[in-house]
Design a binder for this molecule. Structure first.
Ligand code: ZN
Length: 496
C-alpha cells in the first residue's frame, strides 16, 4: 500500500518519503508492519504524552509521590488506548529521596554558597548541617590518595572530573566513581564531593555508591565553584565545607511496573517484551532518560491496538520502575514471571535518549543479529543500522541477560544525551520530537518483527551465561555497578 505512508506521514518527513522505507517484502505480515510504521509516523499523541509526563508530572524518582502519579498516568494512557495493562508490584530495597541540599565553603576571608546535589544513597547530615575540612583529592587516583595519606581521614574529598560529552565518557565516569568510593572508604574519608562534570553549572545525580549500605555524604558541586575551591586549596587557603543534606530515607517498600499487553494470536504463550523505564531522577524532568521512550512504548501499543493488528506472539510493553536505583523493577519482573522466562523470545530496552537509533547492542549473542536485521527491513530507509554484539550493564536488559533471555538495547547517536544525563537540564525541549517519532517507527518494526519472526535460539543456561562473561568484560561492568556479588552468590540471575 504505497500511498498509505504518504497520507500518514508528517510534513517534516520529506527525506524519509523520498527513500522507500521498505525495499522488499518479508512475508505475509509485511503489510501489517507497514501499516504500523505509517501510523506511528502520523499524527499520534506521542509528543503530547512526553510533554504531559515531563512538564506536568516532572521528575519522578522511585518512592516519590510524582512516581506514583506517573504509574497511574501510564496505566490510564494504556487503558485509554484500549491496551490491557496492569501495575505489577515489586519490592524496592530502601527509600532514598533528597528533600534539599545546601552548602557553604568557608576559608580565611572567603565564603561562598554554591549549589550542590546529594548523590543517591548519600547519608543525611545533622538537621543543622555538618562541617568538614575540604581537601584537594586531585582526580581521585591511587596516586592522589597516596599523596593525601592521613589528611583524607575525616575530610570531604573534592574530586576533579573531566567534562562529560558522550556516552563513552559516562561509562568512564561510573567506573572512576566506583574506584574513588572504594579508595575513600579505605582512607576513612568523611565523604566525596564530585566536581560536576557538566557545563553551565548543571547539577545531576547518579549512583556512584554501593547502594543503600552507604554511610557517607556524597555530593556533586557545581563546576565553577568546584574549580574556584580547587584554586583556593592549591594556593594554600584551607577550606571548610558546611553542608546540610535533608534526605527522606526508609526501609523497603513496594513500587510498581506498568505492563501493557497485546495478546498473541497464534503463539500467545511466547512473549516479546520491550521496555523503557518510567522512573527518572528528580533534578530535571526525565525527558531523555527516559520519558521519551516511555511515550514511545505507549504509542506503539496504541497503534497496534488502533489498527487491530494481531501479532503471532504476545507483546508486552514494560514501563519499568526502580531502574535508576539498581534496575530493580525489571529484576522484580524476572522474579515474578520466573515460570514464563523460557517463553520469553526477546527482551528489548530503549534507554539512551532521543538521538537517532543507529543499531542495537545484541548482548554477545550473534545468533540474534540475522533475525534482528530481518525485523529492521521495513525501516531500512531510517538506517543505516550497525549492531554492537556485546553485553552491556546499566539498563533493564540486565536481569533478562542474567536469566539467559535473548536481549537487545537500542543504541543511539549521542545527540543531547551526555551533557544532560540525570541533570536539571533533562527536560522536554532536549528531545528532538521528530527523531523520537522516527525512533518509534524503528522500535515498532523490531518489536512487531520479533512477534512474528522465526527464531532459532533458546534461553541460556547458567553455564552459557558464565561463558558469555568470560568472553566479554561483563564481570568488570557488573563490578562497576556493584552487581557482581549478587550474581556470584546466586541471589540474582539464573541458578542452573
Ligand atoms: Zn535510563
Amino acid at each position: 500500500m504505497p500511498n498509505l505512508r504518504v497520507v500518514a506521514c508528517l510534513a517534516f518527513l520529506p527525506c524519509v518519503l523520498a527513500t522507500p522505507l521498505h525495499s522488499q517484502t518479508n512475508g505475509s505480515d509485511s503489510n501489517d508492519v507497514d501499516r504500523l510504521i505509517a501510523a506511528i509516523l502520523g499524527d499520534t499523541p506521542l509528543i503530547d504524552d512526553l510533554q504531559a509526563l515531563t512538564d506536568k508530572i516532572g521528575g519522578r524518582a522511585t518512592g516519590s509521590e510524582a512516581n506514583l502519579r506517573s504509574v497511574e498516568w501510564a496505566l490510564q494512557r494504556f487503558q485509554h488506548a484500549g491496551v490491557s495493562a496492569s501495575k505489577e508490584g515489586f519490592m524496592m530495597p530502601a527509600l532514598w529521596l533528597e528533600r534539599s541540599a545546601s552548602a557553604t565553603l568557608r576559608g580565611e576571608g572567603v565564603s561562598f554558597s554554591p549549589k550542590v546535589a546529594a548523590m543517591p544513597w548519600s547519608a543525611a547530615t545533622a538537621p543543622d548541617g555538618d562541617s568538614y575540612p575540604l581537601v584537594d583529592a586531585g582526580t581521585g587516583s591511587a596516586d592522589d590518595f597516596d599523596r593525601l595519606g592521613a589528611t583524607a581521614r575525616g575530610a570531604l574529598l573534592l574530586v576533579e572530573t573531566p567534562m562529560l560529552t558522550d556516552i563513552a565518557g559516562l561509562f568512564v565516569e561510573y567506573t572512576e566513581a566506583a574506584m574513588i568510593e572504594q579508595r575513600a572508604a579505605e582512607a576513612n574519608a568523611a565523604g566525596v564531593v564530585y566536581m560536576a562534570s557538566r557545563p553551565s553549572n548543571t547539577l545531576y545525580r547518579h549512583n556512584a555508591s554501593y547502594g543503600p549500605g552507604n554511610q557517607r555524604p556524597m555530593l556533586v558541586l557545581e563546576r565553577d565553584a568546584a574549580l574556584r575551591a580547587l584554586r583556593l586549596l592549591r594556593r594554600g587557603t584551607a577550606l571548610t565545607l558546611d553542608v546540610t543534606l535533608d534526605i527522606d530515607s526508609g526501609p523497603e517498600y513496594e513500587s510498581y511496573n506498568v505492563i501493557g499487553e497485546i495478546r498473541g494470536s497464534t503463539r500467545p504463550d511466547e512473549i516479546v517484551i520491550m521496555g523503557a523505564h518510567l522512573d527518572a531522577w528528580d533534578l530535571g524532568t526525565g525527558a531523555l532518560d527516559n520519558g521519551a521512550n516511555v511515550a514511545m512504548m505507549i504509542d506503539i501499543a496504541r497503534q497496534i491496538r488502533r489498527l487491530g493488528l494481531e501479532p503471532a506472539r504476545t507483546i508486552r510493553f514494560a514501563l519499568w520502575n526502580g531502574e535508576e536505583q539498581g534496575l530493580v523493577g525489571s529484576y522484580g519482573y524476572t522474579l515474578s514471571h520466573q515460570d514464563e522466562l523460557d517463553d520469553h523470545v526477546m527482551a528489548g530496552s530503549v534507554d539512551i535518549g532521543c538521538g537517532r537509533i543507529n543499531g542495537f547492542f545484541t548482548g554477545g549473542r550473534p545468533e540474534i543479529i540475522p533475525a534482528l536485521d530481518r525485523t529492521l527491513e521495513p525501516v531500512e530507509g531510517l538506517g543505516p543500522f550497525q549492531h554492537i554484539d556485546v553485553p552491556i550493564v546499566g539498563t533493564d536488559n540486565y536481569d533478562f541477560m542474567l536469566e539467559g533471555v535473548a536481549n537487545i538495547v537500542a543504541n543511539h547517536e549521542p545527540a543531547t544525551y551526555g551533557p544532560n544525563y540525570h541533570a536539571r537540564s533533562d527536560q522536554f525541549h532536549q528531545c528532538d520530537s521528530q527523531q523520537l517519532r522516527l525512533n518509534a517507527a524503528i522500535v515498532a518494526a523490531v518489536v512487531y518483527g520479533f512477534a512474528e519472526v522465526d527464531v532459532d535460539w533458546t534461553r541460556q543456561t547458567r553455564a552459557e551465561i558464565e561463558e558469555l562473561m568470560s568472553a566479554s568484560d561483563l564481570e568488570q561492568q557488573m563490578r562497576t555497578f556493584g552487581l557482581w556479588e549478587a550474581w556470584e552468590d546466586g541471589s540474582r540471575g539464573r541458578s542452573n
